[in-house]
Design a protein around this ligand. Structure first.
Ligand SMILES: [Zn+2]
Length: 188
């Protein structure tokens, strides 16, 4: 387990993103305190996947301006019981009773680690079932260390998603053109 910790001793490192698929994953949840992030899903020849929304109090986001709807995601550090390592689970903001967030929320808490097997059934529905973690290789000291590093800002869970600068985003043709249309073709 020590390897997991050492690998992110560098400044503001992150953990790998855990992909939820149609096959069950066994994850140990040791915190119920989500970290929210705003993302845009991009599916263009230049880039496919999630990118950070760049909107701040002071600055607008080129993706929002191009009419791309931002998506709120709730992130949690978790322990992957089969892969023996920590990672980040990104949970879409969806209140559907069979959605991932409502099913996780019914089971997890901030004080006791909980094991959940998770599988994606359809894009919006998931199977979530509790399992006994007495045989788990869950590393509770490692989990404490992760929580400390997040607190001390040595670990940023949001960094598991790619952040493109405005300049990088303006190289995506469709974004640039839509942004020009939406903003009346003003030079940027
Ligand atoms: Zn945005």
């Amino acid at each position: 387990m020590a390897n997991n910790i050492n690998s992110f001793s560098v400044k503001v490192a992150t953990l790998p993103l855990i992909k939820v698929t149609k096959d069950f994953l066994a994850l140990v949840f040791f915190t119920a305190t989500y970290i929210k992030v705003m993302l845009h899903y991009i599916d263009e020849p230049e880039y496919k996947g999630y990118l950070h929304c760049l909107k701040t109090k002071k600055k607008d986001c080129i993706l929002c301006q191009a009419g791309r709807g931002p998506q709120e995601m709730f992130m949690l550090p978790v322990y992957n019981d089969v892969a023996d390592g920590f990672g980040i689970l990104a949970v879409p903001n969806n209140k559907n009773i069979r959605g991932l967030k409502s099913q996780i929320d019914r089971n997890i808490n901030d004080s006791t680690p909980v094991g959940l097997c998770i599988r994606k059934d359809t894009p919006f529905t998931y199977a979530v079932q509790k399992y006994d973690i007495s045989q788990s290789s869950f590393d509770d000291e490692g989990a404490d260390e992760i929580m400390e590093k997040i607190e001390e800002k040595y670990l940023n869970v949001k960094n598991c998603f790619t952040r493109y600068s405005e300049k990088q985003l303006s190289h995506i043709q469709s974004i640039k053109r839509m942004n020009d249309i939406m903003t009346g073709g003003r030079a940027r």
